[in-house]
Design a protein around this ligand. Sequence first.
Ligand code: ADP
Ligand code: MG
Length: 347
Amino acid sequence: MNAQTPAPQPYAVELVALTKSYGPGKPAVDSINLRIASGSYCCLLGPSGCGKSTTLRMIAGHESVSTGDILLENRNITNLPAAARGTAMMFQSFALFPHLTALDNVAFSLKMKGVDKTTRQKQAADLLERVAMGHLAQRKPAELSGGQQQRVALARALITQPRVLLLDEPLSALDPFLRIQMRAELRRWQKELGLTFIHVTHSQEEAMALADTMVVMNHGVIEQMGSPHEIYNRPVSEFVARFMGGHNVLNTASGKISVRTDHMQLAPDESGLADSAGNRRAVITDIEYQGTYVLVGLQNPGERVSASATAELSVMVPEARFAQAPYALGQSVQLIWSPEAAHALAA
Ligand code: ADP
Ligand code: MG
């Protein structure tokens, strides 16, 4: 091995007991510990106000740290100014300067650093080539499609040669169609560039589509961290199961469990299987056709069923199965699941 080449750092970013208090009371970010692998796509996910942006802004150096440390490739950057950290930020709806060309948008931060015009324009042009935007370098943002604007924003963030790219809800202002296109493109660029991306979103669907590692936050703490597959299949808590969606949470004698809505089955309530097998009865309150499946909403039978009742449980019935044996509103059914489909949740 070449002695000149530093060994690759396994972690791009490490947060150690990182805390942010804006005032008295519970901190906005409460002593979180997190290690993000180099070259990975990490999504910070959670409901509004859970501390995602605060965490990202502390990593970026746009927000001071109350206590704890931030390491970037083993360097403690906790007290460094933003420009000296090796991070770059991409903002919501890209935040390009409308009056500047794509080239000048990309070159902007070099201009601020006092880099001469020829050098900065050359570097900006190279980066625009890299994101397949070289031919549109002289266009202004309004003359570019959403996808092209995103590439300019990416080039603008990359011009400082960051080790880690930070993205705060970059797709949330886009229409749904463009959002899905743009997230595929972000994922592709991340792999192609081999950089570490830390992407904040409140959308579990977006996080699952993008992330190598998902970090689910709630009230300033990390509830669960893992691959999308791990988190979807083994939510550790009721909060994670409900926030991810697609799960039913049930009370049992041995505590709360979660069962995926597509791992539960319905049966007409006449076979007498119910209580002996630990399965339950429920009453159908909603039937929604969703194309490949029918989503059946249910309530515990004890409660009075009314037209305005909201479903407590749901079961995804494949379209063909529903067509063979349809269910009706108000019908009593049994809920059936195999023991392997049930996961205990932390109390
Ligand atoms: P998220 O990005 O997950 O929606 P934030 O990190 O923006 O959440 O906010 C976390 C908590 O900190 C919220 O309760 C929010 O009101 C509070 N907060 C965020 N920024 C500030 C600020 N500059 N001053 C005071 N409180 C703030
Ligand atoms: Mg936010």
